[in-house]
Design a protein around this ligand. Structure first.
Ligand SMILES: [Zn+2]
Length: 235
């Protein structure tokens, strides 16, 4: 665990319900233990990632919202900001960037978690999903917009660290060995995403045991420290 400083608030920004849990669920529990307040932004409704049965769109949207709220409750998230975009159609535009920046200004996170905008490997159609790529860039740009005092209303806010998940060049492995079962509970809240518990559990554990030999289970990140040369803090 690194990067313990001033206001203990983190904001995790995802494209779909379940992204944060799969990529950083164990790490969320580590930060919770350190006393951080946790907020989520979920950009799309995730209605097209529904994997059990065939249900009308309205039911799929409601189910995925409820699953996200259930996982958030298990973790003790302060608030989930649903942006309600259509799944698989997320577009980068000024509105998306502004929505995220205004939430940053509101909750004033020290740390942002999101997909890594630098990962352009296109090695996986799931990881490099269009919505993941879009939210990665919008979240990154929103950090700049929130820090600038002229772009948007409200007091400027400077985020200190960016913890990117879904990265292909990690510089940090977070030890989540003691939280692996808690992470699995978070994932299990997203029941519409899998029909077979056991194979999902096995897949998660196998995956997370392979990142580094240092820990039994870990999550991987590319951590970036946000700096603005030649400018004093608070100016
Ligand atoms: Zn996703």
């Amino acid at each position: 665990m690194t990067g313990i400083t001033q206001n203990k608030v983190l904001l995790a920004i995802s494209a779909h319900p379940d992204d944060i849990e799969f990529a950083a669920g164990g790490t969320m529990f580590n930060f919770k233990k350190l006393g951080y307040d946790i907020y989520f932004i979920v950009a799309t409704n995730g209605e097209n990632g529904f994997k059990i049965d065939h249900k009308p769109r309205s039911v799929r949207v409601k189910t995925r919202h409820n699953e996200q709220l259930k996982a958030a409750k298990i973790l003790g998230v302060k608030k989930v900001f649903f942006l309600n975009y259509r799944d698989c159609y997320l577009k980068y535009d000024d509105n998306l960037r502004e929505q995220i920046a205004l939430i940053i200004k509101k909750v004033k996170p020290e740390i942002i978690f999101s997909f890594d905008p630098a990962n352009k490997s296109f090695e996986s159609i799931n990881l490099l999903h269009r919505d993941h790529r879009v939210i990665a860039e919008a979240a990154f740009d929103a950090v700049f917009a929130a820090r600038n005092r002229y772009l948007l209303p409200g007091e400027a806010h400077s985020v200190k660290k960016l913890w990117f998940f879904g990265c292909d060049k990690p510089n940090h492995y977070e030890n989540i060995t003691s939280n692996i079962n808690n992470k699995i509970k978070l994932i299990e809240a997203h029941r519409s995403q899998f029909s077979d518990h056991k194979s999902m559990n096995d897949w998660v554990k196998t995956h997370l045991s392979q990142y580094t030999k240092k820990y039994k289970y870990s999550e991987k990140f590319r951590i970036v420290t946000v700096t603005q040369p030649f400018v004093k803090e608070g100016v």
